[in-house]
Design a protein around this ligand. Sequence first.
Ligand SMILES: [Fe+2]
Ligand SMILES: [Fe+2]
Length: 354
Amino acid sequence: MVSTLPKPSAANTKAAVEESILAPRFYTTDFDKTAGFDLSSQTHEFEAVLREMKTDYNRDHFVRTEVFKQSWDQIEGDDRKAFLDYLERSCVSEFSGFLLFKELSRKLKERNPILSELFHLMARDEARHAGFLNKAMQDFGISLDLGKITKNRTYTFFPIEWVVYTVYLSEKIGYWRYILIYRHLQQHPENSCYPLFDYFESWCQDENRHGDIFKVILRSQAPLWNNWQSKLWSRFFLLTVFATHSLTVHERSQFYTLLGLDPTAFDADVIRETNATSLRAFPSVLDVDHPEFFPRLHRCSDRNLCMKAIDASSQPGWLKTLRKLPLMAGTFFDLAAIFFTPGIDAEALRTQVC
Ligand SMILES: [Fe+2]
Ligand SMILES: [Fe+2]
């Protein structure tokens, strides 16, 4: 059925997403310190990733075909809400990457041309991703005002070392999320409710390449991997990214159920694969095979859902806080227990392989 879709009006053009600790954020960093990065220990690797990015494999990939031009009213009720929420969060997080990369490219132009060009090319990709998702939202009569979001958002400052760890992880976890959804829908085409997912196979290769660039940056800066502090930071960021992922997937389980995925199994697959991939870049990763690893994460997800239910209740504020305190303490305890469980020493494994 082909129908003319209403253009999003001012009323359904959104300029903000709901604030929560799990909402995608916007970042800024120390540009001067980044400009001073010495890349000489990884010269060949930087040349290789730059060549790959210039090839621009996905130049013609993000073109909307005729198949989008129809009504999507069959996705309705809670499914529609969950699907739109997914599109919105994905769009904001792609756009957040675009803004950070664009700013890094601009600020490093004169002082570190190789990094500047890499950030410019990654910004190119993220702009395509965000634009494609925003067009998808328009199919449902909603649009994000990305210009307004840029102006109104508050930016969180992250030291460049934290940016390198977290962006590496968000690119690699993004890769695994996209490819696992794509593979699942290839096997179960009856669950593919919208053609966006057909684009994920090539799309996730962009994220994989971005992750590889951050791996080269990380390996070019010895203090990011050759000391005990870097091992603790690596495990800390793996834990925060995995905990955020687990909580988000279980908070938005409706979306995964809509695609015929088991949210808990999907969450575990993404975490296992991302942790294994990180072994190639990080000095230390988490022991996800520890028998208590997933039970602890799942307890945190369950408590998060309980806290949301308490927040939504009509009880007085002081009672809500009182009821949430043991849940927060339990989450803190479980996350600390994961963090202090001995990790996998990636540097020792690298030495053995060599
Ligand atoms: Fe992206
Ligand atoms: Fe990316």
